[in-house]
Design a binder for this molecule. Structure first.
Ligand code: ADP
Length: 202
C-alpha cells in the first residue's frame, strides 16, 4: 500500500485532481466527508461537541448546526482549538480504519484541504500538492464557483500560503493551464505513484 496526502489551496484544483486519480483506481478518503461522519447524529463525536459547546450548536432534528458552530469557533482561536481537540483524533481514527479496509496493493489518496495548516504531512508516505498561481485560484473561485471576490480573497488569506504548501510537497501537480493540460499531468503523477507503490502502471 502507498498512502498519499493530497492538498492544495482553495481553487487550485485539488478536487479535480482527486477525481482524476480515482478514475485511475486510487482509493480516495475525503477528510471533509470523514469530518462530517464523525459528528453525525447518534455519534459519540456529536455528544462530545454538544458537551463542550452546549445544545445551541444542534438543530431541532438533533444534527450539528455547522453554521452556528462555525460562527462560535471562527471568532475565537481557543474555541477552535477545543473543537479540533475533539474532532481531529476522531477523523484520524476513522481515516485509519477506512485505509485499513483498502486492498494491500492499493494507492490510498487522502484528500486533506488543511494538511499544511494542521502539519499532517508525516502521516503519509508522500505529500502531493496541487499548485496554481494565486491569481488563477481567485479567478476560478469567482468565475467558476460564483464566489464574491472579497470572500474568495478572505478564504485564501486564511489558508497557508503557496510557499508553505510547496515546502512540504514531495510531488507537485501544476494546475496553471487548461483542464486538458491538467489531465496528462495527473496521468504522469499516477505513473509516479504506481512506481513508488512498486506495481505496474495501468
Ligand atoms: P479545489 O478542490 O482545489 O478547491 P477544484 O478542483 O474544485 O479546486 O477547482 C476549482 C474550480 O476551478 C472548479 O470549478 C473546477 O472545475 C475549476 N478548475 C479546476 N482546474 C481548472 C483548470 N485547469 N482550468 C479551468 N478551471 C479549472
Amino acid at each position: 500500500m502507498l498512502t498519499v496526502g493530497l492538498t492544495g489551496g482553495i481553487g487550485a484544483g485539488k478536487s479535480t485532481v482527486v477525481r482524476l486519480l480515482a478514475e485511475h483506481g486510487a482509493v480516495v478518503i475525503d477528510a471533509d466527508v470523514v469530518a462530517r461522519e464523525v459528528v453525525a447524529p447518534g455519534t459519540s463525536g456529536l455528544a462530545a461537541v454538544v458537551a463542550e459547546f452546549g445544545p445551541a450548536v444542534t438543530r431541532p432534528d438533533g444534527a450539528l448546526d455547522r453554521e452556528r458552530l462555525g460562527s462560535v469557533v471562527f471568532a475565537d482561536p481557543e474555541r477552535l482549538a477545543a473543537l479540533n481537540a475533539i474532532v481531529h483524533p476522531l477523523v484520524a481514527e476513522r481515516s485509519a480504519l477506512l485505509q485499513a479496509e483498502a486492498a494491500p496493493d492499493a494507492i490510498v489518496v487522502h484528500d486533506v484541504p488543511l494538511l499544511t495548516e494542521n502539519a499532517l504531512g508525516d502521516r503519509y508516505d508522500l505529500v502531493v500538492v496541487v499548485d496554481a498561481p494565486p491569481a488563477l485560484q481567485l479567478d476560478r473561485l469567482v468565475r467558476q464557483r460564483g464566489m464574491r471576490e472579497e470572500d474568495a480573497r478572505a478564504r485564501m488569506a486564511a489558508q497557508a500560503d503557496r510557499e508553505q504548501r510547496l515546502a512540504i510537497a514531495d510531488l507537485v501537480v501544476e494546475n496553471d493551464g487548461t483542464p486538458e493540460e491538467l489531465r496528462p499531468r495527473v496521468d504522469a503523477l499516477w505513473g509516479r505513484l504506481t512506481e513508488r507503490a512498486g506495481r505496474a502502471p495501468r
